[in-house]
Design a protein around this ligand. Structure first.
Ligand SMILES: *[C@@H]1O[C@H](CO)[C@@H](O)[C@H](O)[C@H]1NC(C)=O
Ligand SMILES: *[C@@H]1O[C@H](CO)[C@@H](O)[C@H](O)[C@H]1NC(C)=O
Ligand SMILES: *[C@@H]1O[C@H](CO)[C@@H](O)[C@H](O)[C@H]1NC(C)=O
Length: 416
């Protein structure tokens, strides 16, 4: 099956490339990580929060009908830790902002003007000093792309308002609220007019100096779709705090080693079919795909595997690691004493997707949790499996919403 699909893809690709790329522009941006080294304590806490939120949104979606009706779920709006910021400009003249690049969000929003309760306010976007800002009315098609649960119409339909809750279970004190605006975005030196975005005028419980969120998720509101880029790719460096984020024609990958797997329908999220995993010399049999598959997420640092697969995989890791085991910590149930951090003593993993394999060295599967203690970065999840950003390092990963495919190949991200 997989072979048939792949050869079909090979036949159709050259044709698509000529037709589509003549119209597509390319944009280059940079993803910036706040911290050089991972803080395992913090990464575990924030990864758990994000996993719970993504899982609850997906659950809400599956019990309330079509996936398109659920709300987006970015959680990490504070820039501390291991998330990725992106720099871009909005307005005329351009105002430079830094916001979190998030594959789990559809709408791009930024703190706007005086923004009440936005603490810290940082350097917000000032619509009153831009000659290209206008407010989008409720009748706009992109207002219609906001899900009904976050959208309200103000001023007799002249203003399209949104409220996103970020906490679990509609925490009344964790939200961002504002209205849709229309602006010129400047990315990698290229100005693109007519981008719909969220101008946040009020929020609570959102910390950090970051200006907001850049929505890299799937769907019509996504910056990827609005730039008419169709696709984007990133390559997360494990040595540098900056990583390339490429849109449109620049995201293209060619040559040996490019592998592809289909995207599954999961609303805003990028979900793929993870069929099974090999650890060290052992092959563990697949997780039996859950309804939404396994998410590839830029905003989750660690990785989650759903039960019963997690328990099996953990047993193999424990069996294959000969170093002395130490007490579980920070949610990891496979921690070892590793003075000097010799990575040769740890097994690598291979993720076998539908039609594609991702080979991970031990350094993408384990991290130092404290001095002399190294832990497996895979944590137990009740339902949702997520491949976090540590495991994605040193691969160029291309997300193509239009063709519903994810491609990747090993890369030196600092040279892209
Ligand atoms: C990691 O983060 C925790 C909680 O945010 C903090 O208490 C701790 O000091 C940090 N550890 C290091 C090594 O920076
Ligand atoms: C948004 O801005 C673009 C470019 O300035 C303009 O062409 C378009 O009509 C605007 N859309 C709305 C709904 O105001
Ligand atoms: C543990 O490893 C040994 C050899 O390395 C293998 O024979 C055995 O089947 C493994 N057990 C499990 C539970 O994976």
């Amino acid at each position: 099956m997989a072979a048939t699909r792949l050869s079909l893809l090979a036949l159709t690709m050259p044709f698509l490339v000529t037709v589509v790329y003549s119209e597509r522009r390319g944009f280059r941006a940079t993803m910036i990580r706040a911290e050089k080294a991972i803080n395992f304590t913090q990464a575990s806490r924030k990864s758990h929060e994000r996993m719970s939120l993504l899982a609850s949104r997906l659950d809400a979606a599956s019990s309330s009908g079509p996936v398109s009706t659920y709300t987006q779920a970015p959680l990490q709006v504070d820039s501390e830790g291991f998330e990725f910021n992106m720099e871009f400009s909005i307005g005329t003249p351009p105002q430079t902002l830094t916001a979190i690049a998030d594959t789990g969000s559809e709408l791009t929003w930024v703190k706007c003007g005086a923004c009440s309760n936005c603490t810290p306010l940082g350097s917000p976007y000032r619509p009153d000093t831009s000659t290209s800002f206008s407010t989008l009315p409720c009748s706009d098609r992109l207002c219609g792309a906001l899900s009904a649960s976050v959208r309200t119409c103000g001023s007799g339909g002249a203003v399209c308002e949104y409220t996103y809750h970020y906490g679990l279970e509609l925490d009344a004190h964790r939200y961002t609220r504002g209205h849709l605006g229309n602006e010129t975005f400047t990315l990698g030196g290229e100005a693109v007019p007519g981008i719909a975005f969220g101008c946040t005028t009020m929020s609570e419980g959102i910390y950090g100096a970051s200006s907001g969120i850049v929505g890299l998720g799937r769907g019509r509101l996504s910056i990827v779709s609005q730039l008419k880029a169709g696709e984007f790719s990133y390559c997360l460096s494990d040595t540098s705090t900056t990583s390339p984020l490429l849109f449109g024609s620049l995201a293209d990958m060619t040559g040996d080693g490019v592998q592809s797997t289909p995207l599954l329908a999961a609303g805003t999220y990028y979900a793929v079919n993870l069929e099974h995993i090999s650890i060290g010399a052992d092959t563990t049999i697949g997780p039996g795909t859950s309804f939404y598959g396994t998410l590839l997420d830029s905003g989750t640092t660690l990785t989650f595997l759903a039960e019963p697969f997690y328990t099996f995989a953990r047993a193999v890791v424990l069996n294959q690691t000969t170093l002395p085991r130490v007490a579980d910590r920070h949610g990891s149930e496979a921690c070892f004493q590793a003075p000097g951090g010799d990575w040769r003593d740890f097994p690598g993993m291979v993720l076998h997707f539908d039609g594609a394999e991702m080979v991970l060295p031990a350094t993408s599967c384990f991290a130092e949790a404290e001095d002399g203690v190294v832990c497996w970065i895979v944590l137990r999840s009740p339902s949702l499996s997520i491949i976090g950003n540590i495991m994605q390092r040193n691969y160029q990963i291309r997300y193509d919403d239009e063709e519903a495919v994810v491609s990747f190949k090993p890369a030196n991200c600092d040279n892209l």
